[in-house]
Ligand binder design. Sequence first.
Ligand SMILES: Cc1ncc(COP(=O)(O)O)c(C=O)c1O
Length: 451
Amino acid sequence: MSAPKYLAIVKKIEEFIRSGQFAEGSQLPTHRELAQQMGTTAITVAKAYKALAEKKLIESFVGRGSFVCNHSQLSDVIRAESLEQEYNLSILQPCIYQHTEQLNQAFSQILNRGNDALYGYVEHTGLTRHRALGAVWAHHYGLDVSGHEQIVLACGAQHALSVLIQCYTQPGDTIAVEDLTYPGILSIANMLGRNVVGIPMDQQGMLPQSLNELCQSMRIAMVIIVPSYQNPTAATMPMERRQQIAAVVNEHQLWLVEDDIYGFLNPQPIPAITNLAPDFGFHITSLSKAISPGMRCAFIKTPVQESERLSAFIRATIWLPSPLPFAVAATLIQSGEAFRIAEQQREIAIRRQCLAREWLADYQLLSQPDSYHLWLILPEEWQADAFTLAAKNRGILVSSASYFKADPRAPTPNAIRLSLMAINDESSLIVALRQLAELLKRDIRFDYTYF
Ligand SMILES: Cc1ncc(COP(=O)(O)O)c(C=O)c1O
């Protein structure tokens, strides 16, 4: 006697899940669609799906359909380091190999000079010269600041965010963020027991009206905003939007953390929100995106009365960021080389955005002509996590929208973030974009060729 038909369907689907043809999180055909395709009845398919659900291979939801279960950690696919055969479109960093030689030279010059001050303890968590040149860097890109007094050094923007959250909010406090935001902010809040509320955005960033309404309805301890080339949507706030946000901050006397790490990419500097809310605004810049994340050099501009408090906090936690990379940063800023490297990276980003728009022309892309990343709206048959995993199975690392949600219970937008800068050479980037375009074209709902 031959095996019941439904078991043959179970076996086939199991094979496809194992081989990755049915990616984790992807939607299975409806009972009727599959029955028609296989010349059987919807009841037989329903029986097969039930057996697969019992094996914990798929999950069915009334009204939504059946999906392949997620067993792997999504964090596996957002990685700083990729395998040799992988294309990494998941990490936002500059095309470092372009200027590694310049950095090597700058570091050896500093080491050859043998300056004692770089090896000892330093007051105020940083040498005056390093802080003053941090002010020069931030001023160049739109921040009102003169002199070193209000500049505090930090070991990268992530460190800056974490010290500001620790210093200016309490456990249980609520922090407002863009409703899709940089996951590093979410992990700090999570670890430190701060609540996060996502504020809706449009293509110009966070909506001031929604922030205002939230502040009227509950106590918000801090708002964190990425005003230029927002991560992940690439939205950049024009001046008027910045004025409106500053007005809400001033009215509610709310701490503002303006994470301006991508501000150097603006073709013309846009004045910082902090300029309009100087009593409440902390402004963060960093060299991580323009020059090198490994240098861990960030600058925080504080309100006048807050520099001492923030410096004391940094002293109490790490004493001081190492002066050595800041000495290199200061030299590069003073000579103008830092600005030239930043501009060179912007030009690379412009070329790569053109390539991406060419290869992904059939899809809705949110980006700027010179942004490091883009936000790709997936065709409706793809879900973000399923696509991310399907791409990973083909050796391409991308970042699912689920990774950026301020509210984990909110529906996941059908989108992924692609970073165009981490791959060293343009020809490899083209290979990755071509493969992504091919994968995007596959309509997994109606692709029954495998049965
Ligand atoms: C918005 C934003 N802030 C902060 C960081 C972290 O920067 P850093 O390497 O300077 O810590 C990133 C890195 O992706 C980012 O996108």
